[in-house]
Design a protein around this ligand. Structure first.
Ligand code: DAH
Length: 339
């Protein structure tokens, strides 16, 4: 085939390729490579130019260049209709996908963080307490001796006679007071474990936040004031709260705080057992027996403590009707908490 026939052939295959090409960048790129790429058809013409008679070289050179310009300008036109910018026809398929964050903060963590920040504003700092603890810290030092009926309220996972999974965060009080002198103003959040039947309302693990305040002349009205401040900050200034007398071996007197939830729907009835009120925490003045365990002088110091249940608060705040959702790690559930 002569050079001139070859040029003609390339032009006609290009024109038909060009007609059938869809208006997308990828097809344009393929055509560009086929004709104008380094190994494209246009580059097969130049070696043939060497075989052409010297007096015809410039004529053929011009024909080749005209074809090249023809192809380039057609592809440029297509490019500008698919892509208004003047960029080269390039799609880099090897680039990684743009960053998309999948994670979200777990609702339990959101609640704990919010409560910590509310108490931080009035001088409480967070401390760690161990989840695997001893009978002594979880019970004995909190005035719950062996065979005390209060142990029955907390079905315990024992690892051996002495070691257990903590049933509440109250043991953190003892750990902290043993290692620090008053005044004390701490929160201690974390997981606790109880051997309970798993249902929509209970699970074998859940979360609490323990609070402890010890100083000279700490009074019950300060306990009330502190917890009312918390409830207003967390639930809003219109929240209604009430204190009911209760019993815990490590506080005397002891109380529970309820939040008025209302009775607007069927599920409100179930949550509050038809009363409208929901208990969210236990509290009281630290029992002198506990001070004895940690060698604090109960003639000089007094204090209050409280323990909040996080799951309840999370279920109320986010309208979660099955506690198990909080532990299953289901993306569809967790995605809702993405900010
Ligand atoms: N530890 C208790 C429980 O798990 C809650 C509690 C009650 C904590 C009274 C306290 C408190 O610090 O003073 O049921």
């Amino acid at each position: 085939m002569s050079l001139s026939e070859k040029i003609q052939e390339i032009k006609s295959t290009f024109d038909s390729d060009y007609k059938s090409v869809k208006n997308n960048q990828l097809d344009n790129q393929l055509i560009y490579n086929k004709y104008l790429g380094r190994k494209g058809l246009m580059n097969t013409l130049y070696p043939l130019l060497a075989e052409v008679d010297a007096n015809k070289k410039s004529e053929f050179g011009k024909k080749i260049n005209d074809l090249k310009n023809h192809i380039a300008s057609k592809l440029d036109d297509k490019q500008s209709t698919t892509n208004s910018s003047k960029n080269k026809l390039k799609v880099d398929l090897s680039l990684p996908k743009s960053y998309d964050s999948f994670g979200s903060i777990h609702p339990i963590t959101l609640i704990i963080d919010e409560i910590k920040s509310i108490f931080n504003r009035i001088g409480f700092s967070s401390v760690y307490g161990p989840e695997i603890d001893t009978d002594y810290y979880n019970f004995e030092a909190l005035n719950i001796p062996k065979h005390h009926p209060a142990r029955d309220m907390q079905d315990t996972f024992y690892i051996n006679d002495q070691v257990l999974l903590r049933t509440h965060t109250s043991g953190s009080q003892v750990h902290f007071m043993k290692n620090n002198e008053p005044p004390v103003r701490i929160l201690s959040p974390g997981r606790v474990y109880r051997n309970e039947d798993i249902s929509v309302r209970s699970y074998c693990l859940f979360h609490q936040i323990e609070g402890l305040y010890v100083d000279k002349n700490v009074t019950f009205s300060e306990l009330k004031g502190t917890l009312e401040y918390f409830a207003k900050e967390f639930f809003g200034s219109n929240v209604k709260t009430r204190f009911r007398p209760s019993y815990f071996p490590f506080t005397e007197p002891s109380a529970e705080m309820d939040v008025y939830w209302g009775l607007n729907s069927e599920s409100d009835y179930r949550i509050t057992k038809g009363t409208g009120w929901l208990e969210i925490l236990g509290c009281g003045m630290v029992d002198p027996e506990v001070f004895k365990s940690v060698e604090y002088d109960s003639d000089r110091y007094s204090g209050f403590a409280f323990g909040l249940g996080i799951e309840r608060i999370a279920m109320l705040k986010y309208g979660i009707d099955d506690i198990r959702l909080l532990y299953e790690g289901d993306f569809k559930f967790l995605e809702q908490f993405k900010k």
